[in-house]
Design a protein around this ligand. Sequence first.
Ligand code: AMP
Length: 284
Amino acid sequence: MIIFRKASALSEYLLGINKKRTTIGFVPTMGALHMGHISLIHAAKSRNELVVCSIFVNPVQFNNSEDFAKYPVTTNQDIELLENAGCNVLFLPEGKEVYPPNYIDTVYDIGPLEDLLEGAHRPGHFQGVCKVVDRLLNIVDPGALYLGQKDFQQCLVIKKLLQITGRETALHIIPTKREISGLAMSSRNLRLNEVQQKKASLISEALIFIKENLHKKSLHQLQAEAKQKLEDAGFIVDYVSIANTDSLKPSIDSNDSLVALIAATLDGVRLIDNEVLNSPSKQQ
Ligand code: AMP
């Protein structure tokens, strides 16, 4: 694996690649890699000749400076995991490579997705995500981009970003990798001890509860009960939402194409997860 720290050196290297023969699959990350990230590398590797991963903890997507300061950094271990997964190129930039002095700040018109759910609880977060992804796509110019379903709203935002910037990059969304307990793998889990991680799996249990009872109770009731279960266990719940899979607007119709999304904080660590509940095509 070749490691680049300079954006210009990486772009130059990738420009020298014959893109007709060598397709580039790109996996952007913030590091502290786990098997969820590695499943994205595997997916990219199975469909492309060259896989590029980036590790950059993007300051402009954090609305909470403490969260940014506490974000885990495990670079040596990340490099080893990427080497073992067969990643070809790692982009490991400093902040000034991603946002150089001549960087032109852009505001992205991503519509209502910006202010719903994660957007409502983390103002400015998705503008920050768009800034870094747009910049990284400019540097790497991949044929395909690999994102995790774990960040469901982020996937919709990036889909919109690709539309509004007119890029032809194909977007692949890879299913969430989970611990045996059901807990969605996340870099933030490193901030939880074993007992806390066990408790954190209640989030995925709440999602399964919603899925299994979808046609037995009203959506309103399901959301309220799932929220109560988490609060009883000591979580601070930002939202439990059953929403339309495209708009993420709250739904009241259990035959709609639905996703359940949860954001909740356990002992100071904010976790998110989601579960697609149905899709109209699968209904009889
Ligand atoms: P992050 O490092 O948290 O910014 O995540 C980088 C990419 O990995 C994003 O596209 C995430 O959605 C994806 N990802 C994070 N956790 C998981 C997981 N448990 N399973 C699959 N993909 C994941």
